[in-house]
Write a protein that binds this ligand. Structure first.
Ligand code: ZN
Length: 489
């Protein structure tokens, strides 16, 4: 009976030799009895599982949202017939990438202004434009643009921190990605809020409403940074997060200006400041982590805080170089993230992987620093641990969530191929990603995103960006006028 069910589910009208063999000799596994939903193949299967890192000519079997088997193609084909298969010819199959820190809707500010000093960029452009334009509609469109770009680039999970998190969660729910959606709260006025009290209350309400609601969405708290949130409010955040068993995502130790501010006001480092407030716990996902001394690194490792490295954003804003090799050596889980598209200017995780691998060789003067395999692990297995999801994503392993991607190895520029890890970091890029599967659902096939209407998205983005452009032109005219008035006669 099992075989009949299997054959019917597979859509085949004959019983395969393998099925007959199984009928006669094998005890069918529970997965086989139900018939898996999907088998994805790969000429190379890079599992990121340290016990079995690479399979040549392998396959991953998916039932529901989980991986139920992984192995050589010959074994898998002997044991399973699935409803749907995706060929692995000329392809590498691996876990989806994990973007540990981003601000999705800032895609709509992509390339608005570049090459300015951080405070000029923030105070003259980003904050005024956010105050003027950020609405629920803006966030919905910007998040959709970000999710489309992330699906196309092989990101399957992201940690977001932006205004109107209900809109972000709505987009995530519809487009099929997995996300930690962290609701921002800050001591100053922000879109929709007058200050701390209302933004913190709304974040608490958001976390309460989304906990357990959608398995792909993890709501979290997002106090902006130690220089924009008072010690008392940071303490209130960690107390609430403990009470609700929620994650906290925060910018920490990003730039020299923050270190100077904390040193001046609290006579310590940013890391030791927040650690002293009780924030240094495993539930903290700390983005940037540039300005760390040896004691800060040891404290981060001991507390089990997840760190997210943002190499492109740090370089572009001149923030400095995060001591990533030292953190990894100390046992800190360091993930990767592009930060927002306003300071990057894309959400391409392959670029972050390559930048990380190159930056630390340059910074340390040691070409053996951050080898390709380790940079890839930061975007997958280690990144998953950094955001407290290491048991469910980041590796292709039986029992884990089926979050996986395929990349093409078939282009002439990919030839020759000697080492798959090296190729993924130094040769391939986001345009080579062909397939994306999250929680067992196919989100992209042959580079076509199946869950977002691209034409409608483009029209929405062009409309909003037209309004932003007009506002920038108006602001430019005002600044020219101001400069003219200030010119001596
Ligand atoms: Zn950020």
């Amino acid at each position: 009976m099992i075989e009949v069910e299997l054959v019917e589910k597979s859509g085949r009208n004959f019983i395969t030799g393998a099925a007959i063999l199984l009928f006669l000799f094998a005890t069918p596994s529970p997965a086989l009895a139900k018939g898996p939903d999907l088998i994805v193949y790969g000429d190379y299967v890079l599992t990121m599982d340290p016990s079995r890192p690479l399979l040549n000519d392998g396959a991953v079997v998916v039932s529901g949202d989980r991986i139920v088997a992984i192995g050589p193609r010959s074994e898998i084909d002997r044991e399973y017939v699935a409803t749907r298969t995706i060929s692995g010819n000329g392809r590498v199959l691996m876990p989806g990438l994990i973007n540990g820190h981003t601000h999705t809707a800032m895609t709509l500010f992509r390339g608005m202004v570049d090459d300015l000093n951080l405070m000029t960029w923030l105070n003259n452009y980003v904050f005024p434009m956010e105050a003027r334009f950020v609405t629920p509609d803006f966030v919905r469109t910007g998040t959709e643009l970000a999710c489309w770009e992330m699906i196309r680039g092989g990101t399957t999970t992201f940690v977001d921190m932006y205004f109107y998190p209900d809109e972000i969660a709505g987009v995530v729910e519809r487009c099929g990605l997995r996300a930690v959606v962290a609701a921002p709260h800050i001591d100053y006025p922000s879109p929709g809020f007058s200050g701390w009290d209302d933004s913190f209350a709304a974040a608490t309400d958001f976390v309460a409403r989304w906990q357990g609601k959608q398995p792909r969405i993890t709501p979290a708290f997002a106090p902006h940074a130690p220089y924009t949130v008072s010690p008392q409010h940071l303490q209130a955040t960690v107390e609430k997060a403990e009470e609700m068993n929620a994650l906290i995502s925060m910018h920490l130790a990003e730039a020299p200006a923050e270190t100077d501010y904390i040193q001046k006001n609290f006579k310590t480092t940013p890391v030791q400041h927040v650690a002293g407030l009780g924030m240094y716990r495993q539930r903290l996902i700390a983005a940037h982590m540039v300005q760390l001394n040896d004691a800060d690194i040891a404290l981060t490792a001991e507390a089990g805080v997840g760190a997210i490295h943002n190499p492109t954003s740090n370089m572009k804003l001149g923030a400095g170089v995060s001591p990533v090799p030292a953190m990894l050596a100390a046992g800190v889980n360091v993930g990767l993230g592009p930060d927002g598209a306003a300071s990057n200017n894309d959400l391409d995780m392959w670029e972050e992987v390559r930048m990380a691998a190159l930056l630390h060789k340059l910074d340390t003067g040691d070409p053996t620093a951050l080898p390709a395999e380790q940079a890839l692990a930061m975007a997958t297995r280690i990144g998953a641990h950094a955001i407290r999801m290491g048991k469910v994503i980041g590796q292709l392993k039986t029992g884990m969530q089926a979050d996986l991607i395929q990349l093409s190895l078939g282009k002439t520029r990919h030839l020759p191929l000697y080492d798959i890890n090296s190729h993924l970091v130094y040769v391939l890029d986001s345009t080579d990603v062909l397939t994306s599967v999250v929680a067992g659902k196919v989100l992209m096939e042959d580079r076509k995103v199946l869950t977002i209407d691209e034409a409608e998205l483009r029209a929405n983005v062009i409309k909003v960006s037209g309004e932003i452009r007009a506002a920038l032109e108006q602001q430019g005219r005002q600044q020219d006028k101001l400069q003219d008035e200030q010119q001596p006669e």
